[in-house]
Design a protein around this ligand. Structure first.
Ligand code: SIN
Length: 536
């Protein structure tokens, strides 16, 4: 198969790019599950943007949004990237609306929410299912777009580079090997412009707000192909995930309670009913996420409680059901009425701030490879992402990536790729071997949760690194020994992504943003560390 553009991933970044690129050539978009199974579709809170003056919160400016982003980023944002991405908020909202996304309004203006770290109300939302609204309108547009082919249940195995094909002069990406899950066949998908929009790696942790698909596939593939990866130690933990000890399924254990509730006045309480967050930061429950997540972690350890509580019981009757219907309804299904009793919550892994080193247009050190959205590390988030900046990032990067490709990788500007060999299948794995390999999945996630979560130490990181090295060896033997399936591919990517997180965390000898270590509790300006690049 051949296309002018190959897009891997179907969140806001991948879909935005695919819709626009189809005006310039043939596009194939692959996604390993169904299209709406993405972090985008799961996003509750919203998308931040400073609207034209007549529509924005009085006193808000793009400069304030930029400065809030840089503030949250704890000294590691790349100001150029922040300006390039935050500066296009208005354009993004216009584009999404033109594709059919519907945001809540108050009278004739958008209703603007607020989240931690934002100095003004600037979060557009569609009740508490903003991501689903955006993803489904983009999908609807994509399905009507001529020249755009969407292949669901197709999982990329690896990128194909001319270097691996034996070229010594022209190293670039020319496509990917792709597993068709239904048949087990592996296809060569040839394209001179490949876009990775595969999202993050929340599933490396036992508890995460991410869907099962967040296994760091793009990061791992890019790494194997020779792309630079950075700042993977910065995994953002969302402070408020529903704590439900009676839960049996992963959905119940990882149900996100949007930060937008705190934006509307919800407060965090400890088991004595005290607003403990004020003891950690004057902004209390609305301090940036790293501070709130760490205060909860500390409070839980200090008091021996299993969770803290998010209290919205003081809001007028009906407010939660009206403004947050999805959260309210889902909690009721779990037997909890948020209007009557504070919601038990704990932090859980939520967002990967590092990733493949990319410019705001997604370009990387590998020619032909563009990485956009959560999989990319542009410097927008620095050491800690400002809430609701990522849907914006995905759409803006898609627009910029296409513009660069049209200018620099237009047709006729690239030499023909060398012939690509067919995939060679191994034997089907025996069932007892399969069981063992599935245990590794659990072990990785538990190791990361126990040793590499909100509060870290050198000793715990070293422990994690030893364990992951052994697991990686087992997974590698299995991958090379047997016929591939999507489970083994995800496991292989998961162990790589987890190892990259640990590698960066071990290199950072300071506490900064969401990387907090007891061994270097302060951010000593004399030893300030910049971007950390993963070591081969
Ligand atoms: C939330 O709704 O709390 C998540 C928003 C985000 O992570 O940007």
């Amino acid at each position: 198969m051949k296309a002018d553009f190959l897009v891997i991933g179907s969140g806001i970044a991948g879909l935005s790019f695919a819709i626009k690129a189809a005006e310039h050539g043939s596009v194939t978009l692959i996604t390993k599950n169904e299209v709406l199974n993405s972090n985008t579709a799961w996003a509750q809170g919203g998308i931040s943007a400073v609207l034209p003056e007549a529509l924005r919160d009085p006193g808000d400016t793009v400069e304030k949004h930029i400065s809030d982003t840089i503030d949250a980023g704890a000294g590691l944002c790349n100001e150029h990237a922040v300006r390039a991405i935050i500066g296009e908020g208005e354009q993004t909202i216009d584009e999404l609306v033109s594709w059919g996304s519907d945001f809540d309004q108050k009278g004739d203006r958008y209703s603007l929410g607020r989240e931690g770290g934002h100095s003004n109300r600037r979060v557009l939302h569609s009740k508490d299912t903003t991501g689903h609204e955006i993803a489904s309108s983009l999908l609807e547009t994509a399905l009507k777009t001529p020249g755009l082919t969407i292949l669901a249940d197709h999982m990329a195995i690896d990128l194909i580079t001319t270097d691996k094909l034996g070229s010594v002069t022209d190293d670039r990406v020319v496509g990917a090997y792709v597993l068709e899950k239904a048949t087990g066949e592996v296809h060569i998908l040839h394209a001179d412009r490949v876009v990775l929009a595969t999202g993050g790696c929340g599933k490396i942790y036992l508890y995460t707000t991410n869907p099962d698909s967040a296994t760091g596939d793009g990061i791992a593939m890019a790494w194997r192909a020779g792309a630079r990866i950075a700042n993977m130690e910065f995994i953002q933990f969302h402070p408020t995930c529903f704590y439900n000890p009676a839960a049996t399924g992963p959905e119940a254990r990882s149900f996100l309670i949007s930060e937008a509730l705190r934006g509307e006045g919800a407060v965090l309480l400890n088991d004595k009913g005290e607003d403990f967050t004020l003891g950690y930061d004057e902004r209390g429950s609305l301090a940036p996420r790293d501070i709130v997540a760490r205060s909860i972690d500390t409070e839980i350890k200090k008091t021996g409680a299993s969770c803290v509580y998010l209290d919205v019981t003081h809001k007028p009757a009906g407010f939660i059901a009206e403004r947050f219907p999805f959260i309210y309804r889902t909690l009721l299904e779990f037997g909890h009425d948020a209007e009557k009793t504070p919601i038990p919550v704990v932090p859980a892994a939520h967002y990967q701030c590092g990733g493949v080193v990319a410019k705001p247009d997604g370009s990387t050190n590998l020619r032909g490879l563009f990485v956009i959205g959560e999989a990319a590390c542009t410097g927008l988030h620095g050491a800690n992402r400002l809430a609701s900046n990522s849907l914006l990032e995905g759409n803006v990067m898609a627009r910029k990536a296409l513009a660069t490709m049209i200018t620099h990788l237009g047709s006729g500007k690239l030499a023909p790729a060398p012939p690509i060999p067919e995939w060679e299948h191994g034997d089907t794995a025996p069932p007892d071997e399969l069981v063992n390999i599935y245990h590794n999945w659990d072990e990785i996630r538990r190791t990361m949760w126990d040793y590499v979560s909100i509060v870290r130490t050198d000793k715990r990181l070293l422990r994690a690194s030893f364990r992951l090295r052994n697991l990686a060896r087992e997974v590698r033997d299995f991958y090379w020994g047997y016929r591939v399936n999507s489970d083994i591919l995800e496991l292989r990517n998961l162990v790589t992504a987890a190892s990259l997180v640990v590698d960066c965390a071990m290199q950072r000898k300071e506490s900064r943003g969401i990387h907090y270590t007891l061994d270097y509790p302060g951010t000593d300006p004399r030893f300030r560390q910049d971007t950390i690049i993963c070591r081969p």
